[in-house]
Design a protein around this ligand. Structure first.
Ligand SMILES: [Zn+2]
Length: 330
């Protein structure tokens, strides 16, 4: 944790400032320490360089899960041009130029790919937040970036003042227990006049998932030990990979073939993915205990309820929604 984060964080319980007592410092970052609330004296530990606002230090089971995900994290530590293209497609019509000098919040930063990009796009400060142990990877993947902070916290109880001029949340809100509540919680952290951007699964264009995949995810794969789900993901990942390379990749330059294939917008867009990327895509679909598929109407309602102005809500790849807009200026 960099000391400069102190000017951005507050106690999630009483909104007072926090004081940092460092125990172990490495390259000017507090690796082990304690944040104490100046108001209510709540304490939040800094463990392995990351401030933890999740109630407790990681228990043994969670540490084991973290170790099990080592492969996925290492894999995603390498940023590719495809990652950049994909990120820009999720946040469009927002562009890379619009990150310049912004104070950015990535609500649900996962392994930190997008905070890396936001920093590269010229943001002044980028804060990545995630509830899961993926913060361990996000921290490692962005350690060399002096303007990036990683925080473990719940989107519904974010421990921040209101410093953010650009807040985005990609592929996260649909995994929250009450997605609209999550969206509204995030928008409360955007400064007046600042921008909010989000991408969520669409109800439209995902009928087959609701019918076939959702029951398997809810009743079986999200309840199994992770290692078992990983094994089960292997056969469908092989089939998907073969289909993408043999049909959808060629279809990109053959419009007649593309018209014949189901879900061609989406599947053509991921046809360049490596096997590992496909595998983790399948895994993500099957492992989440909660996943909603939102209609355009719902997404429009979230933005309207939050009072977002100049809203743009577009369909992406035929099966998801990307929305952006500005919070009312003061
Ligand atoms: Zn407090």
């Amino acid at each position: 944790m960099k000391t400069s984060l102190l000017s951005l964080v507050v106690c999630p319980n009483c909104r007072s400032g926090l004081s940092l007592a460092s125990e172990e410092v490495e390259d000017a970052e507090t690796m082990t320490g304690m944040l104490t609330c100046n108001g209510c004296a709540s304490r939040f530990p800094v463990i392995r360089g990351i401030p933890r606002f999740v109630g407790q230090a990681l228990n043994a089971e969670k540490q084991a899960t973290a170790a099990a995900f080592g492969y996925e994290w290492t894999h995603y530590s390498q940023l590719t041009e495809a990652d950049k293209k994909e990120f820009l497609a999720w946040i469009a019509p927002l562009t890379a130029d619009e990150f310049k000098d912004q104070v950015v919040l990535d609500a649900g930063c996962g392994k930190g790919r997008h905070i890396h990009l936001a920093s590269r796009f010229g943001a002044r400060t980028v804060v990545g937040v995630d509830l899961s142990d993926a913060v361990e990877a996000a921290f490692k993947n962005t350690r060399d970036l002096p303007n990036v902070h990683v925080v473990q916290a719940d989107i519904l109880e974010l421990p921040f003042r209101n410093p953010f001029t650009l807040v985005y949340s990609i592929g996260v809100i649909h995994h929250l227990p009450v997605p609209k509540e999550g969206f509204l919680a995030i928008t409360r952290h955007v400064q007046p006049g600042g921008r909010i951007s989000t991408w969520v699964y669409g109800k439209e264009g995902n009928g087959w998932i609701a019918l076939f995949i959702d029951p398997i995810r809810k009743n079986i794969t999200s309840r199994l030990p992770r290692w078992m789900t990983r094994c089960l993901c292997f056969p469908p990942a092989v089939v998907l990979y073969a289909g993408l390379k043999l049909l959808y990749a060629p279809a990109k330059s053959r419009p007649a073939l593309k018209r014949c294939l189901p879900y061609s917008d989406y599947l053509c867009s991921i046809s360049d993915y490596s096997f590992a990327e496909n595998f983790w895509n399948v895994f993500d679909q099957l492992v989440a205990p909660t996943a909603y598929y939102h209609s355009r109407e719902e997404v429009v309602d979230w933005f309207a309820t939050a009072g977002v102005e100049k809203t743009s809500i577009e369909r992406h790849n035929g099966n998801s929604w990307r929305g952006t807009g500005l919070m009312p200026a003061p």
